[in-house]
Design a protein around this ligand. Structure first.
Ligand SMILES: [Zn+2]
Length: 79
């Protein structure tokens, strides 16, 4: 009986540690995802630094690290 009890406790603790060890591994995998969320998404509205118009990132033009609403504003910003 005692051997059976120890076996059951062993199995329970094995499963317990197995799940506890798995959880932080999942959290570390999720942290790069949350970092990605901080970056601009295609549907995010941002302001054009050249003319002040708000537009979706997908519609904008990336010049350096800045998004502009149109190629005209890109050329204006570089003048
Ligand atoms: Zn603009």
């Amino acid at each position: 009986m005692i051997m059976k009890l120890l076996l059951i406790i062993g199995v329970i603790s094995f499963v317990y540690f197995f799940f506890i060890k798995k959880k932080p591994a999942i959290e570390t995998k999720e942290s790069p995802k949350t970092k990605k969320k901080e970056k601009l998404q295609g549907t995010d509205m941002i302001e054009c630094p050249s003319c002040g118009i708000f537009f979706e990132v997908d519609d904008g033009i990336l010049s350096g690290n800045t998004y502009y609403c149109s190629s005209e504003c890109v050329s204006k910003a570089h003048l």
